[in-house]
Design a protein around this ligand. Structure first.
Ligand code: GAR
Length: 216
């Protein structure tokens, strides 16, 4: 398939971008029949931006100013994302809650990755909190999940895929964290692949400002 016919992803990040790398590598090897049209970060020092540049993918920084309210920021973000005419928007370590000012532009097209099982440890530091809960004897396993983002709920929405991961006695938080990351890299690529295979392309939804709020 010519590169231009492949489904387009826009990936939103806030940090290291190891999951972004998994996506970029899978696209480059052909394992994931898609192309990353752009990587957008709300943090200018996110290392994932460098990974995007190295892969020849546009790397865009869009930081929220103090004066800007959340909806205004999200509307601008949606405009930036829509300009790349994505079929899917992937939140890979994106650490901001998106309002409907963003989500309404890409209905059923925003995918989030979270390092915990559905319904558990929403928000930041999920891996550390799960590890602590295990040390306190409260849980024996945790996991990673990928879900659609329908609304402003934190790390919640229709589940597209998840994997459990059991704690191993004596392992350090660093060892555990590495296992979680390895698993989420696999799950994210696998889930995007499944979604691409089962959902028709929907390029350019709400791709210009004049479409805002109107059905296309
Ligand atoms: C990943 O562990 C991802 O699951 C998590 O942020 C990390 C980003 O790592 N996301 C959340 O916690 C969302 N609530 P990365 O920048 O190396 O891909």
């Amino acid at each position: 398939m010519p590169q231009s016919d492949l489904p387009k992803l826009v990936v939103l990040i806030s940090g290291t971008g190891s999951n972004l790398k998994a996506i970029l590598d899978a696209c480059a090897s052909g394992e994931l029949p898609a192309t990353v049209a752009a990587v957008i970060s709300n943090k200018s020092d996110a290392y994932g931006l460098e990974r995007a540049r190295q892969a020849g993918v546009p790397a865009v920084v869009l930081e929220k100013s103090k004066e800007q309210d959340r909806r205004a920021y999200d509307a601008g973000l949606a405009e930036t994302v829509a300009a790349y005419r994505p079929d899917w928007v992937v939140l890979a370590g994106w650490m901001r809650i998106l309002t409907s000012a963003f989500l309404d532009r890409f209905p059923d097209r925003v995918i989030n990755l979270h390092p915990a099982l559905p319904g558990t440890f929403p928000g930041t530091h999920a891996i550390e909190r799960a590890y602590e809960a295990w040390q306190n004897g409260e849980i024996e396993k945790t996991g990673v999940m990928v879900h659609l983002v329908p609304d402003e709920g934190v790390d919640v929405g229709p589940v597209l895929g998840f994997e459990e991961i059991c704690f191993q006695s004596g392992e350090s938080i660093e060892q555990f964290e590495n296992r979680v990351h390895k698993l989420e890299h696999e799950l994210l690529v696998r889930t995007i692949k499944t979604v691409l295979n089962t959902t028709p392309i929907n390029r350019g939804q709400a791709d210009t400002k004049e479409h805002e709020g109107k059905p296309l």
